[in-house]
Each structure stands twice: as C-alpha cells, then as structure tokens.
Design a protein around this ligand. Structure first.
Ligand SMILES: Cc1ncc(COP(=O)(O)O)c(C=O)c1O
Length: 433
C-alpha cells in the first residue's frame, strides 16, 4: 500500500500541493543537468592519463618484434592478447583484439552473420524469413538498437534476481529454429546490476537450442567494475560451453572503455579457437590491422590483470560515493512509501529503479521539465516499449556530487508527484485543482 492510500482526500490534496511547491522551487533553480548516459567522469579519465605518454619514441616494438607503427597484426599483439586473456579467463589463442569499441565488435559480428552466416549455420541469417534474438529485459538499449537496425526480431525475457528467466529461455529456444541468439550482460548487468548465477551460466551453455548456429553474445562490459571488495564471481562461460559440448556457442566481449578511456580504449573478444580463427579471416577483409600502438600503450600502462584490478579500485574510490549518495537520497525520500523499488548494485554503472506501473515515463518527463535529463523511460526494453512503463535507469557516475544530489532529490520528488497524481486521478480529482 502506498502512503497516499492511507490518506483521506483532503490530506492527499494537501500533500500533493506541498510536493508541487517543492517542484516549483526546483524549476526556479533552472537546472541543466544531464544524467542520461553511464559514462566515466573526468576524474576517472584522469586516472589513465599516463597512457598518453607511456611509450617513448623508441618504444614501438611488440614482444614478438612487430613494429606497432606499421600495418598488420589483425588479431592483436601477443602481449595485448595475453592481457585480455587474463581479464576474460581464456587462453591468448582464444582472444582477438578489436578497435576501440566492443559494441563495434558486436555490430560487425551480427552483420557478418546476416550477410555471410556463421560457421555452423546453413544460410546467412539475412536470407532466412525471420531471425530472432532473446533479449533479457530490461537491458542495454544499444544492443536493442543494433537488432532493430538489422531487422532481428527481439523477444524480451524477464530478469530474475539471478539472471534471465531460464525456464522461459529454454522453452523459447528449444521450440524455434529462427531464434539464433541471446544478448547477455552477465555481470553487473546494464541496468539491473544482476550477476548471473552459476546455474544460469551452465543452463545457457547447455540449452537444447533448435538452431544449430544458436549463439550467446556475452557482453562482459563490467567484468572488473566492482563497487565492493568482495565481488560476486561469474562462472567462466567459455569453460561451461566446452563442458556442455557447445564450445563454439559463445562470443565474449569486453573493452577498456570504462577502465582507461571511453573512446580511446581497447576492445577484445574471446571465443573458441575455431571461432577466433574464423573471425580473424573475416576481419582481415575489413582491415589491415588495428591500432597496435594503443594496444602497446595499454599493456605498458596496466601490465597485467593485477594492474587493471588495482586501477579499478581507484575508479571505485571515485564513483562509490556517488552510488552511495543515490542510495541515501532514494532511501530518505522514498523508503517505506511503496512508490518505487531500486537496486543497490555491487558493481557496474547503473542503478535500476522500478516505479509503480504507468509512472516511469511521466517521472522522467517531469525531471526533464525541471532541467534534469535522465535516460529516457522505455529504452531499456526492446523497441523502446516497457510493457509496464515502470523501469528507469539511473547513471550516477558522471555528474559531480553536488549536481548528483540536486538531480536525485528532484528525481525522487518526481516519483512522489507522479504517484500522488495517479492516486488523485483514481479518486476522480484532477491534480492541481
Ligand atoms: C553493456 C554494455 N556493453 C557495451 C557498452 C559499450 O562498450 P564499448 O565502449 O566497448 O563499445 C556499454 C556502454 O555503456 C555497455 O553498458
């Protein structure tokens, strides 16, 4: 029961009027704050400044003698593959380096599958009457944008506390050969913050998929992005797929976009050696080689997985107070009111909020009207359609604490305003009258 439901009409109207006055005060401040995307703040980027000048003029050779200034090395220099092998818990032969973006790797792979097909498939996906992907939702809007762009029909599947609803996933993939894949953010998922449980990982690896070229896109974007000293462990999907007899089923993606520089980092992919060799041939047609100097810079700067982990603790020191502030404000403003539920993630970049059904879009619009841009409601679902209009993704990393405080106070106020308006409406009043 919400706090409003216990109030009589007069008390509710008075309460609503007080909320509306507070909202007007916010509007008078003429805020201009943008919390729409989860990006690192400048202080986080400063942590990696050393990458800019860690290569001297004479330091351009990779361990195997490759001149990193020149063409070549489609799969990446050996020490970069070794570094990412450590991060992704694979062997260097199971890793291929990309450019600066893991999203580009995913996009390119899906385009290849559409145009040319995957090794185990009979036909390019684009020649089939329909291709479908399972999209655990709420999820990452840019995954959904790629599917929509390529005409891949998205099937949303709900999240549970330990990952996607696997009974539903199994039911779907076992029955339909046009379901060619599933898009997963398995650790500190964007936006739910969920880390997949071992049983979920094993289940995905063992799924009895009807499509023989069914693939798991394992976007491990937040693999080292902990907000706690005791992070949850994610089972190794490459190993799980091998054990389940489907070694080629999974493509694993990651990047340093939120480790070093978002935009000037490194992306990598891991998969079975067969998949990596196939991909290397494909990529060789697209490029003569990636930016190997950036690979060398990253290796010199981070050295190894332990170097990355130490660096990530410095990131956490900067962003933990921001996550804590959001928790504090949401608790102070909304706890016990049954107007919203929110996550307290152990890592990643987002806090996931669920409002009362029908309230997310209005709350985001109200925040925007008072100068705070949030991630648009709905985008966390395929086709931008949140069936219950209740999910909102908060991205607290970029704004300075003082701005974040104002933005979150306004946000919590908007949730209350919209909740109160809904209750007034249900009682036959027009809010504001
Ligand atoms: C789940 C997920 N995958 C991928 C990306 C983008 O990665 P990249 O910068 O490597 O393209 C993001 C960025 O927010 C993300 O949240």
């Amino acid at each position: 029961m919400t706090e409003w439901e216990q109030m009589n009409d007069a008390a509710l109207q008075e309460h609503y009027a007080a909320l509306a006055r507070r909202y007007e005060e916010f509007q008078a401040r003429k805020l201009r704050l943008n919390m729409a995307r989860g990006i690192p703040c400048p202080e986080q980027l400063d942590l990696s400044s050393g990458i800019m000048d860690c290569l001297g003029e004479a330091d351009y050779k990779a361990a195997d003698g490759t001149d990193c200034r020149n063409y070549g090395g489609v799969d990446g220099i050996p020490e970069a593959r070794e570094l990412f092998a450590q991060v992704l818990e694979a062997s260097p032969q199971e890793v291929i380096m990309g450019g600066n973006s893991s999203l580009t790797l995913m996009y390119d792979l899906l385009v290849r599958a559409m145009l040319r097909g995957l090794p185990a498939g009979d036909l390019p996906w684009g020649k089939l009457p329909q291709v479908k992907f399972i999209c655990p939702s709420p999820g990452y809007d840019r995954h959904f944008a790629i599917c929509e762009y390529l005409g891949i029909k998205m099937i949303p599947v709900n999240y549970r506390h330990d990952g996607p609803d696997m009974a539903r996933v199994e039911q779907l993939v076992a029955a339909d050969s046009s379901i060619k894949g599933i898009l997963c953010v398995p650790k500190y998922s964007n936006p739910t913050g969920v880390t997949y449980a071992d049983a979920v990982v094993e289940h995905l690896a063992a799924l009895p998929a009807k499509a023989k070229d069914f693939r798991i896109f394992w976007d491990n974007a937040y693999t080292v992005h902990h907000l706690t000293d005791t992070p949850p462990r994610l089972l190794n999907i490459l190993e799980a797929c091998k054990k389940a007899g489907h070694p080629d089923r999974v493509f694993v993606f990651c990047s340093t976009s939120k480790i070093s520089f978002a935009g000037a980092g490194l992306a990598a992919m891991a998969g079975s050696e067969a998949n990596i060799n196939w991909l290397k041939k494909q990529i060789s047609i697209q490029t003569i080689g990636p930016d190997k100097l950036n690979q060398l810079r990253h290796v010199r700067f981070f050295k190894d997985r332990a170097g990355i982990e130490a660096h990530m603790r410095r990131h956490a020191a900067i962003i933990k107070p921001k996550f804590a502030l959001v928790q504090e404000i949401l608790a102070a403003e909304l706890r016990g009111k049954n107007l919203a539920a929110w996550s307290n993630p152990q890592g990643g970049y987002f806090i996931n909020v669920n409002t009362l059904p029908g309230c997310a879009g209005k709350a985001v619009a109200k925040a925007a009207a008072a100068g705070v841009m949030l991630t648009p409601a709905g985008v966390t679902f395929p086709y931008g359609e949140d069936p219950e209009d209740k999910n909102i993704r908060l991205a607290p990393t970029f704004p300075p604490l003082a701005e974040l405080k104002q933005a979150m106070e306004l946000f919590a106020l908007c949730i209350q305003l919209v909740g109160a308006e809904q209750e007034l409406g249900q009682r036959g009043f027009r809010p504001g009258n």
